[in-house]
Design a protein around this ligand. Sequence first.
Ligand code: SF4
Length: 211
Amino acid sequence: MQIPYEFLGKIFVLMLFLALLGTGLALLIGAYSFKKHRIIFPDFVLFTLYLFYSPAKWICRVFRIRGTLVDDILIDVRNAVMYDDFLNIKGRRMLLLPQCLRHPSCKARCDPVYGYECKRCGLCDIAKLCDAADRCNFKVFVVPGGSFVKKIFKEYRPEACLGVACYNELSENMQAVSFVPVQGVLLLKDGCFNTEANVEEIIQKMEMCNV
Ligand code: SF4
């Protein structure tokens, strides 16, 4: 039997066209939701933008739109969709912080499973966040990377998660742990070193759980 290369080629081009069209549509709806703070078709937006994450970034580049818009949409829509569930969890809740928030002179030891054990020396904002987490019944983990998130989920088995990270890490990790109610807060200043977080916003999210 002869392989119909021409027909298969046409099918491939059609599927590519439909995928780009769907991605563009999800971007438009997501951008509208993000700007107007009115979430519409959240499942379609999340599913399509996670599936076609790289093409969505490519579309942004082509139309000279900032590439972080894709992550902004994913974080914002996920936060909106899971907010009520997150507030209702009264069991094990955890706050995940990136290790780049630590002060350069931090003396905390890194546990191979749970990450850095903050001594609350006060040199960086993590001490303040640990105090607030105690008041709000959250367990804090300061992690060096995504592999620690998996280990912590396996050992601690949280029922809700509040994460802090930079754009692409936050949207990726929120998707990875979305089997529990999750909320995300973006870093104010990212990078691999000496980063800054919106401490008030993080504390506010934890306090809302106790209202
Ligand atoms: S507050 Fe904690 S994380 Fe920050 S520098 Fe001190 S020990 Fe390290």
